[in-house]
Design a protein. Sequence first.
Length: 156
Amino acid sequence: MLQCDFCYMISPAMFARFVLPELESCCNFLENAFYHLDGVGALPHLDMLLGIESLVGIQWVPGAGQSGPQDWLDVLGRIRGAGKLCQVSVSPEGALKISRELGGKGFQFIISQDMTPAEAHSFIKEMARADRKVKQGRRQAAGACYSLRRHGEKTL
């Protein structure tokens, strides 16, 4: 996971000059490079990040005081529209909202809310239904990676 939280405080021109070349170099070296995009102040640099061919994905964190990733569908859509994977930490309801609007393909939903095995099974079925509806409506391929963690237990 690559990041440059300092980019929140610099212009796109400075980002292009001082940060982008190093990020490109790191992405070219790593097999599955992801970038931690942290806060709305980093959004002016998103298009440059999406232009890095060897960058596989973006982890989007809206930042302190902001609503969750599920309320940033335009940002998530831009990331997925550029062919990048997207990792977000959301509630089960947030993951469902994203899946219903954008589909689940290309997302990794990190959900840390406790669930019983029955609740987790029901949730995954609902995620699959939401994804199928988007697939049918937009005729796009479906599929997602769902991560459910419960106090250090293995991922389901």
